[in-house]
Design a protein around this ligand. Structure first.
Ligand SMILES: [Mn+2]
Length: 504
């Protein structure tokens, strides 16, 4: 492995990070025409009942909260319906439509596959404006209008549902000529971008950077609570590993309404209560997940397919855990009444959507994209499905399964100082599409202190320099010299410490 210096690291990172100046973000007119905007304005003028249909994941809840806040700001009352994973299933469905009493429906972060519900709404004289970012099928639903970067000339296709919703609000604002600062909604958008694993480049990066600043300014009840709880400025990684799982846990174990209300309430005390609930649900979610992971058996090759009497809300995370453990795509199914409902995750260059799509004839429903999918099928078709996708996966080469590795090179301790830390910091945010830099080093182990469980703090020496390092969840032994993969972090006194990810 090549040795890297500060200059080299700077060079690698500047090539990777793709900026877009905030003044150059694309105009909404490349995403949609005047038609849906005029329809909303007509609804406002005629005091029609506008209903927003969201989704139960973070992006869906965020999109709905953003819409609610936007309309509240312009003095328009809208109703929000978030589908329940267990009683409604995914997206705008007939069962959701039954719960709606309205004249105009706007879907956010879903709807591109809601053929039935859109048709039925039309029959009942309700117009539906679909705003979504999911990959469309060959056929589009017969909606009043469809806003989706993938069916428009919008230059950035990989944007999340909340970004699409934000753009739509920007269009409405502009047509109404009201004074609303659209940047005020970017705190919610920033959460959604990271939670929905959008690449942190170009437009996503620009909107995220503005949004995370807003979030850390903590002017809304929910952002105040987040600041209180985490006691620090939140970064992309905190959103990904701390905030998003808590917001998601509501929809996974019950109703996403808790997460939605958390994002829209202006009552600080209420926001605190809601966040505690989310925290509790998240802990429960972790327990369930652990139990399931301990019980599954994984075969030797092909796509990992497991099924059982699992809570539908956790099958997606379990699939991700299996992917990272075995470096193969995984689909986890929850069995119920002869039906299998699955959630899949992929890695590297393996396109999961393309893998399952040719089996369309035996699938009751499916949707998703390259890295993640949802599907359902009859239990009797499972063996055939398994055979088919395992045949298809053979077209991929071994390297297609590699998780892109983010090791920049071997780093001498002599290079590790404040200046290097600042260089790395200057290329934040890190996340999808701009992964946090990792390095390899060899060092002598000077001392080991046991923190708790299987977590340790080490003092390591390399080239006559000693640095502290943390290792979490390590069950092996430490030799007198170790080679390891690490990233850089700071302790609470701002001293640099190494975070060891793997001992090689
Ligand atoms: Mn989404």
């Amino acid at each position: 492995m090549q040795k890297v210096t500060k200059d080299k690291i700077k060079e690698i990172l500047s090539k990777r990070v793709k900026h877009l100046d905030s003044l150059n973000i694309p105009h909404f007119s490349s995403l949609f025409s005047e038609r849906p905007v005029k329809r909303v304005i007509k609804a406002i003028e005629n005091k029609e009942r506008i209903v927003i249909v969201g989704d139960y994941d973070v992006d869906g809840v965020s999109s709905a909260a953003l819409m609610k806040r936007f309309f509240r700001e312009i003095g328009v009352e809208v109703r929000v319906v978030i589908p329940n994973r267990f009683s409604d299933g995914y997206g705008f469905s007939l069962s959701v439509l039954e719960r709606i009493d309205g004249d105009l429906i706007i879907t956010v972060d879903n709807g591109i596959a809601s053929f039935e519900a859109v048709n039925e709404a039309k029959k009942r004289g309700i117009d539906v404006i679909v705003t979504d970012h999911h990959t469309p099928f060959e056929k589009l639903p017969d909606a009043y209008y469809i806003i989706n970067p993938k069916v428009s000339s919008f230059p950035y296709k990989e944007i999340c549902g909340a970004e699409v919703a934000w753009y739509f609000c920007a269009g409405i604002k502009s047509e109404l000529g009201v004074k609303v600062d659209m940047r005020d909604f970017l705190d919610i958008v920033a959460i959604a971008i990271v939670a929905d694993i959008m690449p942190l480049v170009y437009l996503n990066r620009t909107l995220f950077n503005i949004g995370i600043k807003k979030l850390n300014q903590a002017k809304k009840a929910f952002s105040k609570v987040l600041r209180e709880y985490f006691k620090k400025e939140l970064k992309a990684e905190d959103i990904a590993y701390q905030v998003a799982p808590r917001l998601n846990s509501a929809g996974r174990l019950g109703s996403a309404d808790i997460a939605y209300e958390f994002l829209v309430t202006d009552d600080l005390q209420r926001a605190r209560e809601l966040f505690l609930k989310l925290d509790e649900l998240n802990n429960k979610r972790k327990e369930i997940e652990k139990e399931v992971l301990e019980s599954v058996e994984v075969g030797d090759e092909g796509v990992i397919l497991v099924s059982g009497d699992f809570n539908e809300g956790v099958i997606g995370i379990i699939a991700s855990k299996l992917v990272s453990k075995y470096s193969r795509p995984a689909i986890v199914f929850s069995k119920s009444k002869g039906m299998l409902k699955g959630s899949g995750r992929s890695l590297g260059r393996v396109d999961l959507f393309e893998l399952i799509k040719p089996s369309e004839d035996i699938l009751e429903s499916f949707g998703g994209h390259k890295m993640a999918c949802g599907l359902s099928l009859k239990e009797e078709n499972f063996e055939r499905f398994k055979e088919e996708i395992n045949k298809r996966i053979k077209q991929y080469k071994k390297e297609d399964f590699f998780k892109r590795d983010f090791v920049l090179g071997e780093l001498d301790f002599s290079e590790i100082d404040k200046e290097l830390f600042e260089i790395i910091e200057s290329f934040e945010p890190y996340g999808e599409g701009n992964e946090k830099p990792k390095f390899i080093a060899k060092a002598e182990v000077r001392s080991i202190s046991h923190l708790k469980d299987n977590h340790y703090k080490l003092f390591l020496s390399n080239n006559n320099k000693i640095l502290p390092a943390l290792v979490f969840g390590y069950d092996g032994e430490f030799g007198s010299e170790i080679e390891f993969k690490f990233s850089l972090s700071k302790d609470r006194y701002e001293n640099i410490q190494l975070l060891i990810e793997e001992i090689l």
